[in-house]
Design a protein around this ligand. Structure first.
Ligand code: NAD
Length: 500
């Protein structure tokens, strides 16, 4: 079969040929091959990084207003291309079209924020810090920056990074997931149409070899990574050793606590949507619900009843609520963990294993699954399953819920469902996670706040996009200035003197 080749994008050119054997991209709804994706070799990496460095020199000198104009145009083009991007996402990643459109909209928020870059880069000025001396400080871009992104948000996660890197004056090379690589090429086209000079945004396709080539390159100054925790750790370690600035966002095991005073109907609906939306393949998906014992039986019944109504079909089917998982491997692992939980005492109260929608038997589907009586020592509790599996743990009270969340090595998000402001405030103050939802199941911050977890969910010092994105992609410079009058004759001192 002659499959289309998803290329690299280097200095505006699409380059597919040469390099190692291309990888196969599969349609997760059918299992069939959709395309091949190029893998950049060492020569392509060198070409892209050199071009990125060249492009950085002129892009970083461009007046702020002209940089902002490119962002405004990109915003317009992204809005117009939403359906086209959603179709690409859905075809390769598998999520439903409405969710894919939502992904584009969330990425767009970061572009909105980046459009305000002239305001965001305003420096600080202190007059007369000593006699005749003023101080001004401002931030400058770093140079060539790199983004390594996961399969689950092929548009949104690159848009968490590139608009911030580019608006602040850097050049950016995207290394997307080889499982759904076409969205990156579509984004490159949009940047170009928005008037971004060639070389400022480029795409290198492939896997670990490409990542290593980029991390080790002396011209690369900063690395943004989003993906699983083991890879985040590796990338953080390798990039820091190579002298780079790094932000490495990892995996998650997000808990929701449902208290007896919560609106139970609303909480159950929210938990089901957040557990099974995008087939559980969101870093902010709820995978564990901690329910107060007093309402647990009723709550589980509601969740199961609601989860049974989830329509599982190909993402491109407008009637679908939930699509397939990304690969047979990921699906088989999720189903195996469900089996292992039952073996050690969990109850499978809704079993999605083996679900194969008619006509899509080769797809990577598994249905919504609810495990009751989960314990923290079980694999289903400890590991990120990253599939449509919800574990229920019964708790005595809020304090037990907070303790479980804090004992968990991940710390991306946590949600609380309650009618009590006092409980909500206590929860917000006590939990060791980066993002909290109070009666909000998936608390992804809007584009003008920053996104990031704690503990094993983020390795590095900076959260992503928003104000922390500006800080990550820039370095501070301070100038202390004196302009003495021609007749001024002070004696220069050999000592640090008190400011006068
Ligand atoms: P992954 O870690 O397998 O891959 C992420 C990226 O790293 C890809 O571009 C991949 O090609 C590259 N990569 C994989 N192995 C590598 C290696 N050994 N060396 C160098 N590079 C390597 O993640 P994934 O399966 O694509 O995505 C799912 C994971 O991402 C989940 O763990 C999910 O929680 C996480 N995620 C986290 C966030 C967040 O904000 N914290 C957001 C989205 C996804």
């Amino acid at each position: 079969m002659n499959l289309p080749l998803v290329p690299n994008v280097i200095t505006g050119e699409q380059i597919g040929e040469g390099g190692p054997q291309p990888l196969i991209v599969r349609n997760p709804a059918t299992g069939e091959p959709l395309a091949e994706v190029a893998q950049a070799d060492a020569a392509a990496i060198e070409r892209a990084v050199q071009a990125s460095d060249q492009a950085f020199r002129s892009w970083s000198e461009l007046p702020l207003g002209r940089r902002a104009a490119v962002l405004f145009k990109l915003r317009e083009l992204l809005v117009a291309a939403t359906d086209e991007l959603a179709a690409i996402i859905s075809r390769e990643q598998g999520k439903v079209l409405s969710d894919a459109r939502g992904e584009v909209a969330r990425g767009l928020e970061v572009v909105d924020f980046a459009c305000g870059i002239p305001q965001l880069l305003k420096g600080e000025y202190s007059a007369q810090v000593a006699g005749g001396v003023d101080v001004v400080s401002w931030r400058e871009p770093l140079g060539v920056t790199v983004g390594i992104t996961p399969f689950n948000f092929p548009v949104m996660v690159p848009l968490w990074m590139a608009p911030m890197a580019i608006a602040t004056g850097n050049s950016f090379i995207l290394k997307p997931s080889p499982q759904d690589p076409s969205a990156a090429v579509a984004l490159a086209k949009l940047w170009r149409s928005a008037g971004l000079p060639d070389g400022v945004f480029q795409v290198l396709q492939g896997g670990a070899d490409v990542v290593n080539g980029l991390i080790e390159h002396h011209l690369v100054k900063a690395v943004s990574f989003v993906g699983s925790t083991p890879v985040a750790r590796y990338i953080h370690r390798a990039a820091v050793a190579a002298g780079k600035r790094v932000q490495a966002l990892g995996g998650a095991k997000n808990h929701a606590v449902v208290l007896a005073d919560a609106n139970a109907e609303f909480a159950a609906d929210s938990v089901v949507a957040a557990a099974f939306g995008a087939a559980g393949q969101r870093c902010m998906a709820l995978s564990i619900v901690l329910v107060e014992e007093a309402i647990a039986d009723q709550f589980v019944e509601r969740v199961v009843a609601k989860a049974k109504t989830v329509k599982v079909a190909a993402g491109v089917d407008p009637a679908a609520d939930m699509g397939p998982m990304i690969s047979a491997l990921a699906r088989d692992r999720a189903e195996e963990i469900v089996g292992s939980a039952e073996y050690v005492g969990a109850r499978i109260v809704l079993d999605g294993r083996g679900l194969r929608p008619t006509g899509l038997e080769g797809g990577f589907f598994t249905g919504p699954t609810v495990l009751d009586a989960v314990r923290p020592d079980m694999r289903a509790y400890r590991e990120e399953i990253f599939g449509p599996v919800l574990g229920v743990v019964r708790i005595k009270d809020l304090d037990e819920g907070i303790r479980l969340i804090n004992d968990n090595p991940y710390g991306n998000g946590a949600a609380l469902f309650t009618g009590s402001g006092e409980a909500a405030r206590r929860f917000e103050r006590a939990v060791h996670v980066g993002m909290i939802g109070v009666n909000v199941p998936i608390p992804v911050p809007v584009g003008f706040h920053s996104f990031g977890g704690w503990k094993d969910s983020l390795i590095g010092d900076f959260h992503i996009y928003g104000p922390e994105g500006v800080a990550f992609y820039t370095q501070a410079k301070v100038s202390t200035r004196r302009w003495p009058a021609p007749d001024h004759r002070p004696e220069a001192s050999f000592n640090f003197t008190p400011r006068a």
